[in-house]
Structure formats: structure tokens, C-alpha cells
Design a protein. Structure first.
Length: 252
């Protein structure tokens, strides 16, 4: 998948971060792990803090977003349950955080200085690639993605297999062993562009899923896993983010 972006085409270096992506990863890692049922608030908290907003914790985002906790959370193997909630949050069988609620929380907690531009549509690999490429000119961006983890590759796929994929475009055979019955939320932070394949960097709220939460996925697998995305930018860049969404053939 070719592009005008100068990316890593040898597979020997790290990803090219989206604007502010490396800092976003560092901020998210400092908050690991997410609290049970707070994948969306975890990602939004990282986006807010990376933009310079002093938000107390995941609970503050969850309360603003109207998050409902699951009665029985599904954790990846090896993860320890985290339930040190500071605020009382409702619990129900139909749990989660809506994208609309998360967008509202980001805008409210930033005092209107951040915007969360939604993106949805046909998540073909080319559409996802075009969206990421169109966002590079912005000064700062955080992509919050609602995904189905069952569509991912294994988080511990050997590095050699990922490098081979960059050269050949043939995805590795290892598939995700974590298959929750509901969706999950992650941060999309950058890309590595090879001769034939493109890897997308993902920051998770669970430290066991990758290198302290950070891992790479073939763009085909992330496109298959995607449901909806929030493009978090400074409010002055909201129109540019919306234009990037439309450039990619998606809609907001």
C-alpha cells in the first residue's frame, strides 16, 4: 500500500507516530492498567492528559461520559482485576460507554478546547490508511477506536513474522486469544509502512496485550476489527479532522 508519507520501509525501525502519538503512548502507559469496564474512559483520559488537561482519573471521565460498568467484566488472560473506583458508577448487564458519551466527556472536561470528531463507514484497509495519512498535517491528534479484539492477531506474534508481513503483505497466522463478547476501545498511535504491508500501532489499556500495552497489527486486521473512531483534536482543528474523515471516504 503506497503513500506519499515517509515511513519505515525496511521494518528495522519503529513506527512513524501520528502527531503527538509517542507522548500519548507515554501518558497512557503511566496510567496502566485500565479499571474494569473503563476502556473508553482510559483512552479518553490519556488523550486529555496528553493535551495538557489535569483530569483526576478514569472515574472522572466515566462519570462525565455516562459509563455503565459490567456486572462480570471479561479480562485478557493474566490481567488482574482493577476495581479501585473513586466515584460510584452504575452497574448493569448492558454496560459500556457510548461514543457520543465519550465525545461529550472529552469536550466538557477540556472546557471546549478539544473536539472529538466521529468517523464511521466502510473500514476497508485503504480507507483506514487514507484517514491516518490525512491526519498527519495536524499538530496533535488522538484516535480512540472501538474494536472487536477477536479480529486482531495475537498480541505476542513474533517480531520476525511482522517484519515478513511488511515485506510480503501476507499477514501472520497467529490470531487473538482474547475474544470478549463485547467490544473494546484502544488508541491508534502510528504506522509502519513496508514494501507490501502496513502495520498500525495500537495502545491498549491492558499491559499484557503487547509491550506494556503497545503492539502492532496489520492494517487489514485493524480495519476488520473497527466499528467507530473518535478523532480527538484541538477544537481549532476540528474542521480539518472532519475533512480528513471525508477524504478517506468515511462519514462523521
Amino acid at each position: 500500500m503506497s503513500s506519499g508519507i515517509d515511513g519505515d520501509r525496511t521494518g528495522l525501525s519503529g513506527p512513524r507516530w501520528l502527531p503527538g502519538g509517542e507522548h500519548l503512548v507515554a501518558v497512557a502507559r503511566a496510567e496502566l492498567p485500565q479499571k474494569d469496564g473503563l476502556a473508553g474512559p482510559f483512552a479518553a483520559l490519556a488523550a486529555l492528559r496528553a493535551a495538557g488537561f489535569d483530569i483526576a482519573d478514569q472515574d472522572e471521565v466515566a462519570a462525565s461520559a455516562g459509563t455503565v460498568l459490567p456486572a462480570a467484566p471479561e479480562l485478557p488472560a493474566g490481567e488482574v482485576s482493577r476495581v479501585d473506583y473513586r466515584l460510584p458508577l452504575p452497574v448493569a448487564e448492558r454496560a459500556g460507554t457510548t461514543p457520543e458519551g465519550l465525545a461529550r466527556a472529552i469536550e466538557e472536561l477540556s472546557g471546549g478546547r478539544l473536539a472529538a470528531v466521529p468517523a464511521t463507514g466502510n473500514w476497508a484497509p485503504q480507507s483506514l490508511f487514507m484517514l491516518l495519512a490525512a491526519l498527519w498535517p495536524l499538530p496533535r491528534v488522538a484516535l480512540i477506536a472501538e474494536v472487536d479484539p477477536a479480529e486482531f492477531g495475537a498480541h505476542d506474534t513474533p517480531a520476525r513474522a511482522l517484519l515478513d508481513y511488511l515485506d510480503t503483505g501476507v499477514p501472520p497466522l497467529w490470531s487473538s486469544r482474547w475474544r470478549p463478547s463485547t467490544g473494546h476501545v484502544v488508541l491508534v498511535t502510528g504506522m509502519r509502512i513496508g514494501t507490501e504491508g502496513t502495520l498500525v500501532s495500537i495502545m491498549d489499556g491492558y499491559s499484557s496485550l503487547g509491550d506494556n500495552g503497545l503492539r502492532e497489527q496489520p492494517i487489514e486486521w485493524l480495519a476488520a476489527a473497527l466499528s467507530r473512531v473518535l478523532v480527538v483534536v484541538d477544537v481549532v482543528d476540528a474542521e480539518s479532522a472532519d475533512a480528513a474523515v471525508k477524504t478517506a471516504g468515511l462519514w462523521s
